[in-house]
Design a protein around this ligand. Structure first.
Ligand code: AMP
Ligand code: ZN
Length: 486
C-alpha cells in the first residue's frame, strides 16, 4: 500500500520504473491540452480522462500534485499530412469570428465536458497566447546557444547543430537520417537548412488572424515552443511527469525535449507518459479521418453509432476498462456490457452500507484491499483494479445472501477503500437511491406515470421511461413490494 511501490511506464526508457518524485511528497505533472479550434471529440476526451485517473490516484496516494494542462490557442500545428497549418485561424475565418472568440467558444464546451465526465480541474490551464513573452525568451536562449537560426523573419531549430551535442530522437527513437523518408515536403522547406529543422517562430502571413511582435519581426510561435514555455514557467526546468496522447510523442514531445535541452541544458521531465488512442474499427478517431463522434452525442443518443444513450458514468467506466497504454474501441455491445457491470457495482456499493456483520470474516479483506492498490501501483492498471473490485462485489453479495460473513472492522475497511477506489480514483459519481430526498418527488411522479402506462398496457411509454432513467444512471426494479430505484 505504500507510495514507493508505484511504478510508471516511462516512454523515455521504454520500461516500467519505480516512481520516485524529484521533491519528496510533491508531483509536478504537465499534460498537453487541447487545441480549441473545434469541439473536442471522444478520442481527445479519452486522453484527458486517462490523465484525470492518473491525477486522482496520485492525490489518493497523498502527493501534493501540481497538474498543469495547457490550452493551445495560437501557433502552427503540423497536421497528419505533415503540413504546418494555423487551424485556429482557419476555423476563425470559416466561422467569421476572431481567433480567441473561437477558442473561448470551444473552451466553454470543453469545460462543460470536464464536469459532465467528472474530471477534476487541473491546478492551472495556461494558454499559449498568455505566454508569448516567455516563448520569445526561450527562443532567444536557443539562438544564443547556437541551436537555432533566423531566416527571413522566421526562426528554425537547428537539428544538426543540436545533434552534435545532444541526442535528437531520444524519446521517439527516430534517427535523423531515417526521418527524411517519413517527413513530407513541409511549408517553407526551402528556408530550412535541414528537412528535420522545425519552426520556433514563423514570420507573419498577410492572412494571419493573430500576430505578435518579436525581435525577428511580426509573427507567431511554432507549435512546440508553448509547452516548453508553460511547463518550465509553472513546474520548473525539471519536473516529474510529462504526458499527452501517443500521437504527440513525435514530433511534438521530441521537439519539446530538444527545445528544453537547447535552452536550459536539461530534459524537462523525469517520466514521460503516453496515453493510447481511442479507435473506431481499428483506426484512430480523428477529425481529419471523419470517423469521430462527440462526447455529448453518446449521452443524448444523437449518434446512430449507438443504439441508445449511455450515461457519462458508464462511458467513463468503459474507458477505465482499457489500460491507458492500450488502444480501445468503443462499440455499442461493449457499452451495453459495461452498463450492466456498472449498475451491478453501484448496487453493491449501496448494499455495502447495510450489510450485517459477524464475529469472523470468511474472506481476507486486507488482501482484497491490497489488490486494489497493487493494480493501480502497476502503472495505473484500472482494468485490473475493476476486476478486483468485482471480487469485492461478489463477496458483498454473498454476505448479503447469508453465504459469507464479515466483521465490523473489515466492513469499515472495505467501505472506506471501495469508496476511495470507485469514487475518488475511478471518478464514478455516486448514484441516487430510493431514499434520496431531493430526487424523491420527481421520481415518485415519473414512476407514477410509468405505472399508469403499464396499467394501460402502453409498453412503449413504460419502456421509454425505464430506458431514459437507465441512461441517466437510475435503475428501476419492480419487486413484489412495489417499485424501487437506485
Ligand atoms: P489536439 O486537440 O489535436 O491537440 O489533441 C488533444 C489531445 O487529444 C492530444 O493529447 C492528443 O494526443 C489526443 N488525441 C487526439 N486524438 C485522439 C484519439 N483518437 N484517442 C485518444 N487521444 C487522442
Ligand atoms: Zn504540448
Amino acid at each position: 500500500m505504500s507510495k514507493q511501490q508505484l511504478s510508471i511506464y516511462n516512454s523515455l526508457s521504454g520500461q516500467k520504473e519505480v516512481f520516485v518524485p524529484i521533491n519528496e511528497g510533491k508531483v509536478g505533472m504537465y499534460v498537453c491540452g487541447p487545441t480549441l479550434y473545434s469541439e473536442p471529440h471522444m478520442g481527445n476526451m479519452r486522453t484527458f480522462i486517462n490523465f484525470d485517473l492518473i491525477y486522482r490516484y496520485l492525490l489518493v496516494l497523498g502527493y501534493n500534485v501540481k497538474y498543469v494542462r495547457n490550452i493551445t490557442d495560437a501557433g502552427h500545428i503540423t497536421n497528419s499530412a505533415g503540413d504546418e497549418v494555423d487551424s485556429i485561424g482557419k476555423a476563425a475565418r470559416q466561422e467569421q469570428m476572431q481567433s480567441l472568440e473561437i477558442v473561448y467558444k470551444y473552451n466553454v464546451i470543453f469545460q462543460d465536458l470536464q464536469r459532465t465526465y467528472n474530471m477534476l480541474p487541473p491546478s492551472i490551464e495556461p494558454t499559449a497566447t498568455g505566454h508569448i513573452q516567455e516563448q520569445i525568451e526561450i527562443i532567444e536562449k536557443i539562438i544564443e546557444n547556437g541551436f537555432a537560426y533566423v531566416v527571413n523573419g522566421s526562426v528554425y531549430f537547428d537539428v544538426k547543430a543540436y545533434s552534435e551535442k545532444h541526442q535528437y530522437g531520444i524519446l521517439s527513437g527516430r534517427k535523423i537520417d531515417e526521418l527524411a523518408e517519413e517527413t513530407r515536403e513541409l511549408n517553407a522547406q526551402d528556408e530550412k537548412r535541414f528537412f528535420a529543422d522545425f519552426a520556433l517562430w514563423k514570420k507573419a502571413n498577410p492572412d494571419d488572424m493573430q500576430i505578435w511582435r518579436s525581435p525577428w519581426g511580426d509573427g507567431n510561435p511554432g507549435w512546440h515552443i508553448e509547452c516548453t514555455a508553460m511547463s518550465t514557467k509553472y513546474l520548473g526546468n525539471h519536473f516529474d511527469i510529462h504526458g499527452g496522447g501517443m500521437d504527440l510523442k513525435f514530433p511534438h514531445h521530441e521537439d519539446e525535449i530538444a527545445q528544453n535541452c537547447g535552452s536550459l541544458g536539461c530534459s524537462p521531465a523525469k517520466y514521460w507518459m503516453h496515453a493510447n488512442m481511442l479507435n473506431v474499427n481499428g483506426q484512430k478517431m480523428s477529425k481529419s479521418f471523419g470517423n469521430y463522434f462527440l462526447p455529448m452525442e453518446i449521452v443524448n443518443g444523437s449518434t446512430e453509432l449507438f443504439e441508445k444513450p449511455f450515461s457519462p458514468n458508464v462511458i467513463r467506466f468503459a474507458m477505465m476498462q482499457a489500460q491507458y497504454r492500450s488502444t480501445m474501441d468503443m462499440t455499442n455491445d461493449a457499452l451495453k456490457a459495461t452498463e450492466k457491470g456498472y449498475l451491478k457495482l453501484m448496487e453493491a456499493m449501496n448494499l455495502m452500507e447495510k450489510l450485517k456483520t459477524s464475529d469472523a470474516s470468511s474472506s481476507n479483506v486486507t488482501a482484497l484491499v491490497d489488490s486494489f492498490y497493487a493494480a493501480m501501483n502497476d502503472d495505473f492498471n484500472a482494468p485490473t483494479l475493476i476486476a478486483n473490485l468485482f471480487e469485492a462485489v461478489r463477496y458483498i453479495n454473498s454476505v448479503n445472501d447469508g453465504k459469507a460473513t464479515i466483521t465490523a472492522d473489515d466492513l469499515t475497511l472495505l467501505q472506506r477503500e471501495m469508496n476511495v477506489f470507485v469514487f475518488d480514483v475511478l471518478g464514478m459519481v455516486p448514484v441516487a437511491s430510493s431514499n434520496n430526498n431531493q430526487l424523491k418527488p420527481v421520481m415518485d411522479l415519473v414512476l407514477d406515470l410509468r405505472q399508469e402506462a403499464r396499467e394501460k398496457k402502453d409498453w412503449s411509454t413504460s419502456d421509454k421511461i425505464r430506458d431514459g432513467l437507465a441512461a441517466a444512471g437510475i435503475v428501476v426494479k419492480d419487486t413484489k413490494d412495489g417499485t424501487t430505484w437506485s
